[in-house]
Design a protein around this ligand. Structure first.
Ligand SMILES: [Zn+2]
Length: 77
């Protein structure tokens, strides 16, 4: 469940973009914590998954998902 951030080894003024809060700040629609750029608009992979499950269980018919399981894609936003 833990997110493997090597944040302890980084200087505070060199935070990776992936760890930044979204700008302007937004609350995660799932749990209300501040959303991170990495998981935008969510605060974590877990919340993104929760939202995805809502979709899958909802009324919408989702096209085939091809990238399922690809959790480490580089966030080139
Ligand atoms: Zn969240």
């Amino acid at each position: 469940m833990a997110i493997p951030y090597p944040s302890l080894s980084r200087p505070m003024n060199a935070v990776n973009d992936n760890d930044k809060l979204v700008d302007p700040p937004k609350a995660c629609p799932i749990c209300g914590k501040p959303a991170l750029v990495r998981f935008k608009p969510f605060c974590s992979k877990r919340c993104a998954d929760i939202d995805l499950n809502r979709w899958l269980k909802g009324a919408y018919a989702i096209p085939v998902v091809e990238n399922e399981g690809d959790e480490d894609e580089p966030p080139r936003d």
